[in-house]
Design a protein around this ligand. Structure first.
Ligand code: AVI
Length: 320
């Protein structure tokens, strides 16, 4: 009998760079333990997120796609053809590609941290749209980044769909959008998808679905942390929690200890009481007006906004 090979992650060995290990350790040791939502995305986490986007409860993806399908022509009127379209967090590039026939960008610049996934998507896309010049950039755009000279400096339009802006706190979102504006050029702009405040039962279900995909997505972060910092999180000792915090206008995701336990990693140890939580993600929700104000605070001038009939999601176009 040959037993199946189980890929072993040696406990107690950190695989991440020292700065990342230090950042994660500091969050785990803080009085209210927390981690950055970027650690939700290892290769399994990215696939779980793709599955979330197909869940009946997770309305943002399909609602935004419907807004693009119904109002893409008006968006193209605002942006004009022949722009440089810079797709932040492009992934499989499908959202931008759905707009190509209307937008007809001169250059498409998908940006994503996952290099291999991005390059595969772009080589498929080049065959479908040979007239569009494509320059793929594998980088982390959440911090400071400079666009290389290969990116045309004419009519740069940043495309930031999916309400990923909601994973920044509002003051961070303003700082991030200011940095984009600084790179957009005077004749550039921003096309951005934003999730709107709605009935909290709808919001709660979107982040705590019946078959537990979002729970798996959240819990998978513990496996990822074990790999990154060499911790000994036992996933079975934790449960997923997600709820709308109306005062802060955000969905909060946490991991909650099912029992009193201790987590160890090289250079660190933390006791958790039963019910104690690690805050893993915020997803801010806006009104049309509050997001328009945020755009203004970042220096953009709104010149178009489109929503679905229920007013659950909005796409804004703003000029730099
Ligand atoms: C990527 N981001 C916009 C998602 C959101 O809705 O905040 C991440 C997510 N977290 C749980 N479900 C989806």
């Amino acid at each position: 009998v040959v037993s199946p090979a189980i890929p072993a992650i040696p406990l107690g060995i950190a695989h991440a760079a020292p700065a990342i290990v230090a950042e994660i350790s500091a969050g785990l040791l803080a009085p209210a333990a927390h981690t950055s939502p970027k650690y939700l995305y290892d290769s399994l986490g990215s696939r779980l997120f793709e599955a979330i986007c197909e869940l009946p409860e997770y309305y943002p993806t399909r609602t935004e796609a419907a807004i693009f399908a119904s109002h893409g022509a008006e968006m193209a009127d605002c942006i004009g053809t022949g722009a440089t379209l810079i797709d932040l967090g492009a992934g499989n590039c499908a959202k931008a590609a759905s707009l190509f026939p209307l937008l007809q960008p001169a250059q498409y610049v998908p940006v994503d941290i996952a290099r291999d996934f991005l390059n595969e998507a772009v080589s498929r896309l080049r065959q479908r749209f040979p007239a569009i010049e494509m320059t793929a950039l594998a980088l982390d755009f959440s911090g400071h980044f400079e666009l290389p000279a290969a990116v045309r400096a004419q009519r740069r339009t940043f495309f930031y769909p999916g309400s990923s802006i909601g994973n920044f706190a509002p003051h961070e979102a303003i700082a991030f959008l200011r940095r984009l504006r600084g790179q957009a050029c005077a004749d550039g702009g921003l096309l951005i998808g934003v999730d709107l405040i709605k009935d909290s039962a709808v919001l709660d279900a979107a982040y705590d679905d019946a078959i537990g995909v979002t729970a798996a997505f959240n819990l998978n972060m513990l496996r990822h942390l074990n790999h990154l910092v060499g911790a000994d999180f036992d996933v079975g000792q934790w449960r997923h929690r997600a709820f709308f915090n109306a005062e802060e206008s955000r969905i909060e995701m946490h991991l909650e200890a099912r029992t009193a336990l201790t987590v160890n990693w090289p250079g660190g140890q933390r006791d958790f009481a039963r019910g104690e939580r690690i805050h893993t993600e915020d997803s801010y929700k806006y009104t049309r007006d509050s997001f328009a104000e945020l755009l203004r605070d970042a220096g953009f001038a709104e010149d178009g906004v489109w929503t679905d009939a229920a007013g659950w999601f909005a796409v804004f176009h703003a000029k730099a």
